[in-house]
Design a protein around this ligand. Structure first.
Ligand SMILES: [Zn+2]
Length: 190
């Protein structure tokens, strides 16, 4: 224990618990708020934290790019090591993707009769896993492997749970993106 500075005295060196807790200041330069929220300093130093007030932790998280400087392949390896990825509750559906493709059929002879638009949609063949994956990654045409990796990097950066304050919907979206990426990558390599 450090010797008590005679100028500040015992009380200043060992303030009561309540005061000690309040003493941690936000690490954002010039901010006088209490640093209540912690944020990792860097990807390779996840145990070193900054302490921020709510406003500044949000700002920090939004700007945080966990994957800075990594290639798509490295990101993929990292994600596989992520405990989130290992969870057994992998969503098989298309959670987070509410967009539906609509198909319009040119039918001058009314072959399809009075079939409703909904019936027509259901009759259209279901999407292949690759087409579903393209939907998730918001791609309109089959990408090159390079193009796919670039798109993947962009999306994981935006949807990483750390960049979204651990938001549940973002986490699901993140998983869906990784799944879609792996599906498409496998089909491009095959
Ligand atoms: Zn602050």
């Amino acid at each position: 224990m450090r010797a008590t500075n005679t100028k500040t005295g015992w009380r200043a060196a060992f303030p009561p618990a309540a005061e000690r807790k309040a003493a941690r200041q936000c690490d954002h330069p010039g901010c006088a708020h209490e640093g209540e929220f912690r944020a990792p300093q860097a990807r390779d130093r996840l145990n070193d934290y900054y302490w921020f007030c709510l406003g500044h932790v949000r700002e920090y998280n939004a700007a945080w790019n966990y994957y800075a400087g990594m290639s798509a392949d490295e990101i993929e390896v990292e994600v596989r090591h992520d405990t989130t990825w290992q969870r057994p509750t992998w969503p098989l559906g298309m959670k987070g993707c509410t967009r539906r493709f609509t198909f319009t059929v040119n039918d001058p002879f009314e072959v399809f009769g009075t079939e409703s638009a909904e019936e027509q949609r259901q009759r259209v063949r279901p999407l292949t896993p690759e087409e579903e994956a393209m939907k998730v990654l918001e791609l309109v045409e089959t990408p090159t492997l390079k193009g796919l990796k670039a798109r993947y990097k962009e999306l994981v950066k935006r949807h990483h749970p750390d960049a979204n304050n651990g938001d549940k919907a973002a986490e699901e979206r993140f998983k869906t993106i990784n799944q879609a990426y792996n599906t498409l990558k496998a089909s491009l390599i095959a």
